[in-house]
Write a protein that binds this ligand. Structure first.
Ligand code: HEM
Length: 158
């Protein structure tokens, strides 16, 4: 089996673990945590679960990018960045960039502190905003997955 096929397997597996985890947090964990009674329980439970997933997501984002750029290089397909028909290549890169900035920069430097501060002040509002942000990223990721799977198999939509 060729190396590029292994890269595709790693790419899809990493995306499944990463975006699947985001789906689990958005559709199951945040709604469950919202229902907990005390602020302290909400903060502790959410931080413990999301903190553990953040480490898994970091590894998955690195593997996704390494395999993705390797496939692009092997296919000699960098010029796809210049063709709007390949909007899904741009979408994959942008989604990866957004999550990378959140996971490696914003979360440790800023979001962690803001989350604690605003959950103490107004837990309902903080969780509502955070839940919405998770849905936005999840829906953009779903659109990207649809575009990338179709596009990789010759269906470009535009
Ligand atoms: C730096 C970021 C990324 C790069 C450079 C990249 C690159 C690639 C390349 C070159 C392909 C193969 C295209 C083809 O065969 O014509 C691919 C496939 C794919 N990528 Fe990405 N990707 C990245 C991130 C992502 C992300 C964030 C997602 C999901 C949200 C994603 C989901 C997929 C899917 C579902 C496929 C289709 C696999 C298949 O059906 O064969 N990728 N990617």
């Amino acid at each position: 089996m060729e190396v590029i096929t292994w890269a595709r397997i790693i790419h899809v597996l990493a995306v499944v673990i990463w975006i699947g985890g985001v789906a689990m947090v958005t559709m199951v964990i945040i709604p469950a945590v919202k229902k907990l009674n005390s602020k302290e329980d909400k903060i502790d439970t959410f931080e413990r679960i999301e903190g553990k997933f953040a480490n898994i997501a970091k590894v998955a984002t690195i593997l996704t990018a390494l395999s993705g750029f390797y496939i692009l290089h092997e296919m000699n397909a960098w010029n796809r960045y210049l063709d709007p028909r390949f909007w899904w290549i741009h979408a994959m890169t942008i989604i990866w960039l957004i999550f990378t900035v959140i996971l490696f920069i914003l979360e440790p430097l800023l979001l962690h502190r803001l989350f604690r501060k605003y959950t103490q002040r107004n837990p309902e509002k903080t969780f509502r905003i955070m839940h919405r942000a998770h849905w936005v990223l999840l829906i953009l990721s779903f659109i990207t997955i649809i575009g990338a799977t179709a596009g990789s198999h010759g269906l470009y939509f535009f």
